[in-house]
Design a protein around this ligand. Sequence first.
Ligand code: ZN
Length: 569
Amino acid sequence: MTLAATPTPRFDTFYKHDALSRVLFDYADAHPSLVSVQSIGKSHEGRDIWLAVVTNTATGPDTDKPAFWTDGNIHAAELTASTACLYYLHQLVTSYGVDPTITHLLDTRAIYICPRLNPDGAELALAERPRHIRSSTRRYPFEEDPVEGLTMEDIDGDGRILFMRIPDPHGAYKKCEADPRLMVARQPGEFGGEYYRLMPEGTLTQYDGLTVNVNKDVEGLDLNRNFPTGWRQEFEQVGAGPYPASEPEVRAMIDFIVKHPNIGAAISYHTHSGVILRPMGTQSDDDMIPEDLWTYRRFSDIGAKLTGYPAISIWHDFRYHPKEIITGTQDWVYEHLGALFWVVELWSPQKEAGINGYKWIDWYRDHPVEDDLKLLQWSDQHCEGAAHVDWKPFHHPQLGAVEIGGWDKMNFWRNPPPALREREVKPFPAWMNQIALSLPKLELLRAEVRALGTDTWRVRLAVANSGYLPAYISKRALQRKTVRGVIFEIHLPEGRPEVSLVSGKTRVEGPQLEGHGVKSTLQAFLPAREITADRAFTEWVVRAPRGTRLALSARADRAGAVRTEVTLD
Ligand SMILES: [Zn+2]
């Protein structure tokens, strides 16, 4: 049998749904023992939501192994998130058997990659006349088109949605003295200059000659607000949908993760800001479970070192309003399930332009003009002047003479320009590999038989967690009772009354297994006492004729399963 060739996708190109589907299936065709592709559900418009399952099936099925989940593109226009997932898939497949780290990773763990959670929204962002909506294409909360207001669209046919400026003595903006292309804020108390009113490029419906309000997209959902944890209605959390997990894309992800308790850690890719976000989103670090905070800090620091992205708490450093919280995937995966979770916001034009020390969200409220000038210089020198477009006169059908220009947020903010996309996603596989290799992994220590009499046997099954992390992953998981201890089972053959248990039960719940992660230093006040807390065993006494074969198994929800057989001899 000849296998198909490994695909060589371009990472400077965003794939539409059909092309992305083909690439994924090409990986599976070329490496059937390493990659399989399944649909975890259908989008609002009926597109398959693909998941690549990556593991060496010769060493066991994915469901018997600890697993790492990654997804991207829940937000429609954040297409580089898909690139990050596809890039990871490519690295895993092409490094297996070559790089010992990846080989060990895929022999012992499973990686679930969902490169495009929201295929409908991405398709619209990649359409002939692209629109950048927040998430799903389902109309929400209302079906109707607006009957008034400004609808954002490309009105001069250049394929971009920029800004319109109109001279107005009451305007909030003026030309920057250092570079008149740049529009900067008018200062407190300032008067007598040449001022402008700025608004997004678009057309006006039922314009009264005075009032301009920018319409929200009729596709008003934000799928990342539709998760069950902390879900709140529209008036409190915009785009949350009518009820938790009401949207098929979110439900597909939730269903899969719930049915796969082996998932111990996850990363969702978004754009943009150039930052790694960690829980919690709704509480300060002071209110977090300390052991979990320490774990988060340790793995976040590794991420920051490997990727150059700062790793920060959502609650402390990434809130859109200091008095408001938003909830999403991170809250569900960590707060409800107790699995580890990060959001990566890929790409930062500010960093690219050489702006240092800025605060991610605060910067968007206000920042020094020098930062704008640096961005303008970056646009001129590295983007052929396209990240900030020179103002051009245009006759607007409702407003008359306007000028169109300014920042092209669609093509330079939401995603990196094509040449920078691969570079931007490249550092992340190393971090994901290290997290995945730290997941708890159940291993067989011993399966022993001792004769207690002619037909009576003591059977002992001992297992250990060979991973860094404990089998329960987080204290949160223990608190929420989402993980059981290791489950030992002895499988007695059916229809053979001469084989029976004298003592022990056919299914026994053992303890939670710790990992080899060190909890305190060797200089700590008290020595560590539970030296072998990574191990557990159980014993059964069986009555059976000599030579009987018995199947034994052990499973820990997040550490995988081991199966073995013993001969009573
Ligand atoms: Zn996003």
